[in-house]
Design a protein around this ligand. Structure first.
Ligand code: RIB
Ligand code: CA
Length: 330
């Protein structure tokens, strides 16, 4: 019997580990062909996020995946970090194994450009500020046509988390996000309206702790810290697994329902800088929000959709994927 082995999709993961980024790495490495990981200053400073990426790869037994240092700060403004969620190291909680591998020589943006120029069919997964992606597009605009699609954890089709209007990844570098959303890419946007559907409970974290592998044990420790910090900051039970949604949507597209919308990024608003402005006027009854947001007037519809905005997560399917993935690691 001939078994057809489906080729794994080639991806580059640009991230700022970060507890939830760590779970995006674990999903991506297990189910996709990760050509490399590029770090970006965000949850923590660039030295820490790249070291944390190396630690996660060491933990899951994949130290050979290259990790590159990307930008340490946004294109225009100063870096904002999130120690209140991720701690001083950016990955507080367990003592993770010291990585044998080192951060590769060369800049993460060069790795993104060179890989896209030399490898066909590459998908980007971005789970931190979009500085590296924007810098790569600025340096080599021709790579836009080479990107199969980009799955972004960022923004929101509802409300913000860092400000009432802006989500952290976009807030940290709105100019970079504006460049990416307006580059003509095939975008999957996992905004807070989607990723808040992926809030892990303590019971689900305990279920991970019961998986008899060292990766699952460390994952449970990471979740223990992330649950405590998230509940302290947000005052509600649970912790949002934002970033693995962006990986899961590429691994199994049936896990997320997306709606084509036009999305752009507010750069000037005194209270709305970093807001992803999502235009529901294109949604033809495919989303309950449309009936609230769209007056049946002759108002001209806005610009045509430039992104698929995730609106519904198959939460049960996501956690099945997560549990199975963790059980599959050593
Ligand atoms: O707003 C959530 C996002 O900000 C996630 O990517 C988290 O890791 C932080 O980077
Ligand atoms: Ca992140």
């Amino acid at each position: 019997m001939i078994s057809i082995v489906k080729a794994m999709r080639k991806v580059i993961l640009d991230c700022d580990p970060g507890h939830d980024d760590a779970f995006a790495i674990m999903l991506a490495v297990r189910h996709l062909e990760v050509l490399g990981i590029t770090g970006i200053g965000g949850n923590c400073v660039i030295e820490n996020v790249t070291r944390n990426a190396l630690k996660i790869l060491e933990l899951i037994g994949r130290p050979g995946i290259p990790v590159y240092r990307g930008h340490s700060r946004p294109l225009v403004t100063e870096l904002v970090t999130a120690p209140q969620f991720h701690g001083k190291s950016g990955l507080d909680g367990p003592e993770l194994p010291e990585p044998a591998a080192k951060v590769r020589d060369g800049h993460g943006v060069d790795f993104i450009i060179d890989t896209l120029k030399s490898v066909d069919g590459v998908t980007l997964i971005a789970t931190g500020p979009l500085t590296n992606i924007a810098a790569a597009l600025n340096r080599a605009p021709e790579i836009a046509a080479r990107i199969t699609e980009i799955s972004i954890m960022g923004g929101s089709a509802s409300f913000g988390n860092w400000t009432p209007a802006a989500e952290f990844n976009i807030f940290v570098d709105p100019e970079a996000a504006y460049r990416v959303f307006n580059a003509g890419l095939h975008i999957k946007m996992c905004g807070l309206n989607l990723t808040r559907q992926c809030r892990i409970t303590r019971e689900e974290a305990d279920r991970i702790r019961s998986i008899p592998t060292k990766t699952a044990a460390a994952a449970a420790e990471l979740l223990g810290f992330y649950l405590r910090s998230s509940e302290k900051v947000q005052g509600v039970p649970g912790a949002d697994l934002h970033d693995p949604c962006a990986a899961a949507w590429i691994i199994d597209p049936s896990l997320v329902k997306g709606i084509p919308m036009h999305v752009t990024v507010e750069l000037k608003g005194e209270f709305t800088r970093g807001m992803t402005v999502c235009d529901y006027r294109h949604t033809r009854g495919s989303d309950p929000l449309r009936d609230i947001c769209h007056e049946p007037s002759a108002a001209p519809l806005g610009e045509k959709p430039n992104a698929e905005v995730g609106v519904e997560l198959d939460r049960e399917g996501f956690f099945r994927l997560l549990f199975d993935t963790l059980a599959g690691y050593p």
